[in-house]
Design a protein around this ligand. Structure first.
Ligand SMILES: CCCCCCCCCC/C=C\CCCCCC(=O)SCCNC(=O)CCNC(=O)[C@H](O)C(C)(C)COP(=O)(O)OP(=O)(O)OC[C@H]1O[C@@H](n2cnc3c(N)ncnc32)[C@H](O)[C@@H]1OP(=O)(O)O
Ligand SMILES: Cc1cc2nc3c(=O)[nH]c(=O)nc-3n(C[C@H](O)[C@H](O)[C@H](O)COP(=O)(O)OP(=O)(O)OC[C@H]3O[C@@H](n4cnc5c(N)ncnc54)[C@H](O)[C@@H]3O)c2cc1C
Length: 674
């Protein structure tokens, strides 16, 4: 039976959940939007972009051929880009194209079940122009890129190398005679591979290549390169470009390959903010830090934390709403089948997903603010805070993407068989987010970057030298006793820090032992990398827990009592969950006892029950319109079975009563005539 609510027919179980929610949902929405004003502005943007129906497809994307899917994605990208230039730019308060605006990103998702072929233009091409060009170069390229007169991508990865940037093989050799660079792909493995939009969409790209001048190699540098004619879009002579083929996801992103045959570009097309080649071929290093050319990657790592938090919020909204309408099994024979959300194991699967979406959302805002501060310092020529920020953004990118992918998959498990339907929305979310764990720096590789920093910080702490803020807890690593366990939120966070410090200490001790036994520093490091990754992970969990807790306390200081309670419950749940996931480590590095852990498990289970009545309210507070969810299971009205059937009937397989395959294959086989 269904019930009508605000002119909408709502599933009665969902209506009941909403009636029993005991906190003000809108207040929580405001917290995560960064204030009521932002919520109103976001809603206005969503109304303008989505009310016209321009984001909808006549036929579901999933029923289209790869070519149709791509063309449809380009069609909608063009509609959305035009909206951004006109209606949305002004509304979003952005002077120009909303390169990093989370609201613009969020709204764009309504247009694409997978991704836009323009993602790399906005996500990396434009940011690279902004971050790596001189002011003169910027004034030439940026207006054209922002106005979409040219469309670009970021071509760094090659067939042979993605992680090891210094190993890239594409060459850019300066020719002082003509004042040009000659781009060349000397081997098959030097072909650029993966860049989004490269296959068919873009006419320009940032190419990262080994710079040679006066016979000397100066390492990798970025160049802006035209690859297709601005009018006909035909690839230019000397360019070999195409699409790389079907992938697990990203199938509307036309990821491409690119090779150069002695292809010439003007000298001015090297992006010269950090290093220059003068007309006579003299190489001049401008930047004070050797890794500033990696700046766009750092930017995207920061953006990705927000991106995956948003996608996890979508998956948890779908799975929690579905769990409220789905009834299954009969544990008490005299009662009706319970909503699956009443099962404690289901709550264990889902509430951590909500809490993690909150934790990552708040960490992403905090990370963005830290990034802005680092950029401001670097403008003044000070790069002192960059190593700590690189370590921080690396581990947050690694852990946020990995946790989100895992929890989105857990949301799918929580939806049983129906979660496996493309129309549930969850498979597309998983396919998108699982790629974020790999691109922009693989999980292991980035955690090892953080571990490098941790080991150095540990050595500084050992020498009683000052420590930077995110690792200041390492100063307590030398007390000689195990950290005292205490199950208050602050106590648990201190334990997480003790755990990170303890794991780092073990790594340092083992590496020193191995070196004393005759191993080189490189080999001793390599042999310790399993533990180094674990130390970096522990450090990151301590940072996330600390930031989440502090931010929630700060942001709810003036909230109504029930909002304070439910937000406190969720942060506590997050801390308990991770403490219980790491009991072995806690036993190694803190004074926690077996009894403490048994008590903590019981406290965790009781907390799940306290959160249970507010579960639907909590996901409603993400305020995700149906157009953003793309889900038969997660829509606001909970008409799950009706939507599943409606979607099934749209399948082209249902257009004819008998499939052609019957007369072609089945019938002959069954009649013994094949
Ligand atoms: C509608 C609106 C849209 C808005 C846009 C929204 C965006 C949405 C989000 C999605 C956006 C885009 C989609 C993205 C698609 C994917 C794109 C890509 O994948 S591009 C390719 C990315 N590639 C990588 O990330 C490669 C990973 N590898 C590396 O980063 C490096 O090779 C390495 C760090 C692993 C190693 O570099 P190397 O030069 O070899 O350095 P060493 O290990 O020797 O370390 C030396 C030293 O340098 C320090 N270091 C390294 N990197 C940095 C850095 N970035 N900043 C500062 N310092 C750095 C390192 O710590 C070492 O320091 P020591 O002091 O010596 O320890
Ligand atoms: C959907 C998608 C979109 C992409 N878009 C772009 C794009 O637009 N532009 C672009 O330039 N690139 C893009 N990429 C490429 C991406 O950046 C790389 O795939 C990524 O950086 C990983 O590098 P790799 O593929 O070389 O992996 P590899 O480095 O070969 O990794 C393979 C395995 O080896 C391990 N490994 C590698 N090095 C080490 C080490 N030093 N220590 C320990 N373990 C190690 C890794 O952990 C991993 O398990 C994209 C990739 C995907 C999947």
């Amino acid at each position: 039976m269904t019930q009508t609510n605000n002119n909408m027919t709502v599933n009665p179980d969902l209506a009941m959940e909403r009636a029993k929610c005991n906190f003000n949902v809108l207040e929580v929405t405001h917290i995560f939007d960064g204030g009521e004003r932002n919520t109103l502005q976001r809603k206005k943007i969503e109304d303008v972009a989505l009310n016209s129906g321009a984001s909808k497809d006549a036929l579901g994307e999933e029923h289209m051929s790869p070519k149709e899917k791509y063309e449809n994605a380009v069609r909608k990208s063009c509609i959305y880009a035009t909206m951004m230039k006109n209606e949305l730019a002004e509304l979003s308060g952005l002077e120009s194209f909303g390169v990093s605006s989370p609201v613009i990103r969020r709204t764009a998702d309504a247009f694409f079940k997978e991704v836009s072929p323009f993602l790399l233009h906005l996500g990396m091409f434009v940011p690279t122009i902004m971050g790596q060009c001189t002011p003169e170069q910027q004034s030439y390229w940026l207006p054209r890129a922002l106005d979409m007169q040219i469309i670009g991508t970021y071509a760094q990865t090659e067939l042979g190398h993605g992680t090891f940037i210094r190993g890239l093989e594409t060459t850019a050799t300066y020719d002082p005679e003509t004042e040009e660079f000659v781009l060349h792909s000397p081997t098959l493995s030097s072909y650029k591979w993966w860049a989004g939009g490269l296959g068919k969409t873009v006419n320009y790209c940032i190419v990262v290549a080994q710079l040679y001048t006066k016979g000397e190699c100066h390492g990798t540098h970025p160049f802006i390169v035209q690859i297709r004619d601005e009018d006909t879009h035909v690839p230019l002579p000397g360019i070999k470009v195409g699409e790389i083929g079907p992938k697990m996801g990203f199938n509307t992103a036309d990821n491409g390959f690119l090779g150069f045959d002695h292809y010439r570009i003007p000298r001015e097309h090297m992006l010269m903010k950090n290093a220059q080649v003068l007309k006579d071929g003299t190489y001049v290093k401008v930047a004070r830090h050797g890794k500033l050319t990696y700046g766009t990657m750092v930017f995207v790592r920061v953006v990705l934390v927000n991106e995956v938090a948003f996608n996890l919020a979508k998956a948890s909204t779908i799975a929690v709403r579905y769990s409220a309408i789905r009834r299954q099994s009969k544990p008490k024979p005299d009662e009706v089948e319970p909503q699956i959300l009443d099962y404690v194991t289901q709550q264990h699967k889902l509430f951590i997903a909500i809490a993690t979406a909150h934790a990552l959302q708040l960490c992403s805002t905090w990370l963005w603010e830290s990034f802005s501060a680092v950029l401001a310092q670097m403008k003044g020529g000070n790069t002192d805070t960059l190593p700590e920020f690189h370590a921080l953004s690396s581990c947050l990118k690694a852990i946020s993407t990995s946790d989100s992918a895992h929890l989105i998959e857990q949301c799918r498990h929580a939806c049983g068989g129906h979660g496996y339907m493309i129309s549930s929305g969850i498979p597309n979310l998983y396919n998108f987010v699982s790629a974020t764990r790999t691109y922009e720096g693989d999980y292991t590789v980035l955690l090892l970057q953080t571990a490098r920093f941790l080991v150095k910080a540990y050595e500084q702490a050992e020498a009683k030298k000052p420590l930077t803020p995110t690792v200041s807890y390492l100063a307590h690593a030398f007390s000689g006793s195990r950290a005292t366990w205490d199950n208050s939120p602050d106590g648990i966070i201190r334990s997480f820090q003790a755990l990170a410090a303890g794991k780092t200490a073990v790594c340092v001790t083992n590496m020193r032992k191995r070196m004393r036994a005759g191993l080189s520093q490189v080999d001793a490091w390599e042999m310790s990398t399993i533990q180094l990754v674990a130390a970096a992970e522990a450090h990151c969990r301590a940072v996330i827990a600390d930031t989440y807790r502090k931010e929630i306390v700060r942001l709810t200081a003036n909230s109504s009592p029930n909002v304070k309670v439910v937000m406190d419950q969720l942060t506590t749940l997050y801390l308990y969950y991770w403490a219980l996931e790491r009991t072995g480590d806690l036993l190694m590095f803190t004074s926690v006892s077996q009894k403490d852990l048994v008590d903590l498990q019981i406290a965790y289970e009781e907390l799940l029950l306290k959160i249970r009545p507010n579960a639907v309210g909590l996901v409603d507070a993400f305020d995700l319109r149906d157009e953003l969810l793309h889900s038969t299971l997660g829509s606001y009205d909970g008409r799950v079975y009706e939507r599943l059937m409606e979607e099934a009937l749209k399948s082209p397989m249902n257009k004819e009563p008998v499939s052609d395959a019957y007369s072609k294959y089945l019938r002959p086989m069954m009649k013994g005539k094949l």
